[in-house]
Design a protein around this ligand. Sequence first.
Ligand code: ACO
Length: 335
Amino acid sequence: MKHRQTRQRLAKMRRSVFLGCGSYLPEKIVTNDDLANRLDTSDEWITQRTGIRQRHIAFEDENTSDLAIEAAKVALKRASLDASEIDLVIVATATPDNTFPAVATRVQSKLGIKQGAAFDVQAACSGFIYALNTTDNMLRLGQANKALLIGSECFSRIVDWNDRGTCVLFGDGAGAVVLGTEDGDGQNTDRGVLSTHIYADGDYYEHLCTDGGPSTNGKAGVVKMEGREVFKHAAVRMAEAVETSLSRNGFLIGDVDWLVPHQANMRIMDSVAKKLSIEKSKIIVTVDQQANTSAATIPLALADAESKGRFCSGDLISLTAMGGGFTWGSALVRW
Ligand code: ACO
């Protein structure tokens, strides 16, 4: 009898659960036609190659932390939590206000959070998945109880606005999620984060990077990208990462209710969908309205879908991203 009780207790597993999502997009919208007025490009070219129709661009006096704080306030409200209950703040970003300290510390201060840790995670467009991995591990280990996880970017600050090959692709914005914990049974029917999977291959460092940095030339630099190489790897790696998360948890693609891919480009998402054989109707798409906001795309897409009531409790949601490094990864979540 004693033996059976011990086994039952061990079977309990602490899971990280999503409690609320929020987003913030700067008011200023720049359409493809706006860009075509000052660059040798067209709405037709951008829409056909990327699916992007417009992007939000931060005003000069808006920083990554400002966007993050606004998104966090919405997420906290949706989670019905007071900021004072948060004991972990992680911001995924490649465009911090300052080289240091971390954006997360400013968010922590401005929200009046007086406890726990606050730091940034930098994995370019995969930043949210990397940060979710860290958050999930800390929550499951009991190193924190309530976490605020934010993807926030002012990518417009690091694009060359005269380079039509890159500037048309990006936008600014922030998405935030609040996570707490719940006891599960350790089964794939549990609510919450079922698993996360993160990867990198630094041999591709030069294929997607900025041409500056604090220890090289003392500047932030601007985005340099080998578009076709990025395209090829993004489609393959994101599909692979999703498949790994499914097989690790005993699922098939047909079990997935929603796929939330990093929103780089509609054609990359189409290619991932084709490789996985998942219906396009199951893919959350925001790239048309928001363009590529790097580490913010996934939490922005989650907030968009949640606010439209698209997710139901118990839905199986697959998240995946790929970005500079190259870095990539996936997460499987039961809503
Ligand atoms: N408007 C008009 N013409 C353009 C533009 C533009 N905005 N940009 C490039 N072109 C031209 C090029 O100059 C080239 O002209 P040329 O034939 O006279 O030399 C022509 O279009 C084709 O250029 P390519 O770069 O070969 O175009 P491609 O079909 O590869 O499409 C694109 C470019 C959309 C960037 C594609 O490579 C792509 O989607 N790559 C993925 C990159 C991406 O999404 N990166 C985001 C960051 S990474 C991430 O988040 C995962």
